[in-house]
Design a protein around this ligand. Structure first.
Ligand SMILES: Cc1c2[nH]c(c1CCC(=O)O)Cc1[nH]c(c(CCC(=O)O)c1C)Cc1[nH]c(c(CCC(=O)O)c1C)Cc1[nH]c(c(C)c1CCC(=O)O)C2
Length: 349
């Protein structure tokens, strides 16, 4: 049987190697905006979809086949590895993770278990092994960053201001440090296992770390992120990506970390990141809300981002945050086609 061709454009862009077109994928590219996802979601809970490899594989492949993107991202959640270490989390549609036993004191932190991926999340590793056999685009593995995971574990669910999380961080620094250490251990172990199973890049989602100012990020979070990316770099040459929302003020701190790609949300443009002196590959950064607007506006903004990315050593097109249920599949199909056509034509010139 003829060997299926493998599209490595996403990996080449991560490594700042020449590409024939700008690679594109979308955060949360599998989700409730897809009728097929909703049909599956009717039959299974969120975590069941995660824990049954055949279902996880189907949901992961769906956006790749439907949209023609240049990368797949494992269908899981940042909360997935927390259940096995003793966090009672459930996912509520439209709300997100809800945790019945939030962290309040050092004792709660010390009771957290250690993740053993082979025995705690074998379904994740099996899904990745199956996907590696089936996909003709790279599979991105992922995990949550310690601050963002801690924010759910301490708040007990989504938060607008992170008072409990930051209050814990300021009032109980030893407990905070112990929690960061445990979550760093978990993240490195979890991502290494995903890579060993076949993930060809990994993204760390620090969605809520923008709640911190630069000084507090340097004090309470940066040492942990440095350790995570350094340990990943020591053990693998798989590209690493770091993403957060409303974290433009932290970009220079991120640029100093041993990470390969920085994910921008829609508030910080590629030229603004360049003006800070950043030369790492950048990923992003169309405002997802714009996808509810007229096609003319979407196309104009996509062109602008692609042209800005062309001036940078490496660029991967993405949204500035994830997809959401009100999106139309057709809009993402049209956007993906446009990105491929426009960036390919530009490379022919
Ligand atoms: C903060 C965060 C979470 N989870 C994640 C983040 C970081 C990215 C981001 O900031 O969006 C990461 C995530 N969550 C999910 C993915 C896989 C994406 C994919 O398969 O394409 C990824 C990469 C699946 C999911 N994770 C979740 C859904 C929706 C589940 C459902 O109701 O079917 C999906 C597809 C649940 C979840 N999980 C979380 C939230 C806030 C929610 C609510 C989302 C919603 O209801 O719209 C926590």
């Amino acid at each position: 049987m003829a060997q299926k061709s493998f599209n490595d454009t996403f990996l080449r862009a991560c490594r700042q190697e020449p590409v024939t077109h700008t690679p594109v994928w979308y955060m949360r590219q599998a989700g409730r905006y897809q009728p097929e996802y909703r049909a599956i979601r009717q039959k299974y809970s969120f975590f069941e979809m995660n824990e049954i490899p055949e279902v996880c594989v189907e949901v992961t492949k769906l956006p790749v086949e439907q949209l023609g993107v240049d990368a797949a991202i494992l269908f899981a959640d940042i909360m997935t590895p927390l259940k096995p270490i003793g966090v009672d989390v459930e996912i509520r549609s439209g709300i997100g993770p809800v945790i019945d036993n939030p962290i309040r004191h050092l004792e709660d932190v010390e009771q957290l278990g250690e993740l053993d991926p082979e025995s705690d999340v074998p379904f994740i590793l099996e899904s990745i092994r199956q996907l590696r056999r089936d996909l003709t685009v790279p599979l991105i593995g992922f995990g949550g960053a310690p601050f963002t995971l801690a924010s759910y574990m301490i708040e007990g669910g989504p938060s607008k201001n992170y008072h409990q999380t930051k209050g814990f961080m300021y009032a109980q620094p030893q407990a905070w440090e112990k929690l960061m250490e445990k979550l760093a251990d978990l993240t490195v172990t979890y991502l290494k296992a995903q890579i060993k199973a076949g993930a060809l890049a990994v993204q760390i989602f620090d969605s809520w770390v923008g709640a911190l100012n630069v000084e507090d990020y340097r004090t309470y979070v940066a040492p942990t992120m440095r350790r995570i990316f350094a340990e990943l770099k020591e053990s693998t040459d798989v590209p690493t990506i770091y993403f957060g929302i409303g974290a433009g003020h932290l970009l220079l701190e991120w640029d100093r970390l041993p990470v390969d790609v920085l994910g921008l949300d829609w508030r910080t443009s590629i030229p603004e990141a360049r003006a800070l002196g950043i030369r790492k590959t950048l990923q992003g950064n169309l405002d997802p809300s714009l996808l509810l607007g007229p096609w003319e506006k979407i196309e104009a903004k996509a062109k602008e981002i692609l042209d800005q990315g062309e001036e940078h050593p490496g660029h991967i097109f993405n949204l500035g945050h994830g997809t959401f249920p009100e999106l139309k599949v057709e809009t993402l199909q049209r956007l993906t086609q446009f990105i491929h056509d426009y960036s390919s034509r530009r490379n022919e010139v």
